[in-house]
Design a protein around this ligand. Structure first.
Ligand code: ADP
Ligand code: 5GP
Length: 206
């Protein structure tokens, strides 16, 4: 079967280590396209527009919603976050693995639209306490933001059963190894359309 593009959704509480794990594995998972989300939240120190996120105003985000530019979007921690459709379509058309770092609402929306080519993993630190320690150690958010993220995490963890895999980010090394396996499996996922074509061809070539 020809290999077409596939989607790998990563979710998990803010501070779970999603960016750390992707960065630690990037040389081992083959060519991929990381979907850069658009957000109305303010950039953290060190974040670069167009690299970490596209940082936009609420008005601009709402214009994009009206124009139908998002594959999915959601409000998380009081800000908008969304995935632009066009670059994702292009990357899938080029046969790439497209990696999303999106929340549990976004995962549900992607499943509703592109379930057949989607694999998902929920990433979490071993305990809520460890999440809090890591959020504080990251030194990127002030106290009220950290409290809000911890509260949100208590809800997000309840969605863990909706994902194909759970990666417990105990040590980065272990979690990255598991992530590489999940990314390789995600690449093998075929669209229903391609599977049907393959069966048709398989039966016709007797
Ligand atoms: P996310 O992208 O999920 O919001 P980050 O990758 O920014 O999370 O990780 C949050 C913080 O936790 C960062 O400061 C990161 O260096 C740290 N971190 C990530 N994984 C681990 C780990 N296994 N052990 C200790 N600290 C970690
Ligand atoms: P952060 O502000 O820590 O970068 O991200 C906060 C949360 O928003 C994380 O759970 C992250 O996965 C989620 N997120 C980031 N981009 C998107 C997106 O495009 N869509 C959705 N639904 N969630 C996103």
């Amino acid at each position: 079967m020809t290999q077409k593009g596939a989607i790998l959704v990563l979710s998990g509480p803010s501070g779970a280590g999603k960016s750390t794990i992707i960065n630690a594995s990037s040389s081992e998972i083959g060519e991929y396209y990381f979907s850069i989300s658009t957000t109305t939240r303010a950039p953290r120190v060190g974040e670069v527009n167009g690299v970490d996120y596209f940082f936009v105003s609420k008005d601009d985000f709402e214009e994009d919603i009206k124009a139908g530019n998002f594959l999915e979007y959601a409000q998380v921690h009081g800000n908008y976050y969304g995935t632009s459709l066009k670059p994702v379509r292009e990357a899938l058309g080029e046969g790439k693995l497209v990696i999303f770092d999106i929340d549990v609402q976004g995962h549900r929306l992607v499943r509703a639209k592109m379930n057949d080519i989607t694999t998902s993993a929920f990433i979490t630190p071993p305990t809520l306490n460890e999440l809090e320690i890591r959020l504080r150690a990251r030194c990127t958010d002030d106290e009220s933001v950290i409290v809000n993220r911890i509260e949100n995490a208590k809800d997000e963890i309840k969605a863990v059963g909706e994902y194909d895999f759970t990666i417990i980010n105990d040590t980065v090394e272990k979690a990255a190894k598991q992530f590489v396996i999940v990314a390789k499996a995600a690449r093998l996922k075929q669209s229903t359309e391609d599977e049907l074509k393959f069966v048709e061809q398989w039966l016709s070539e007797k």
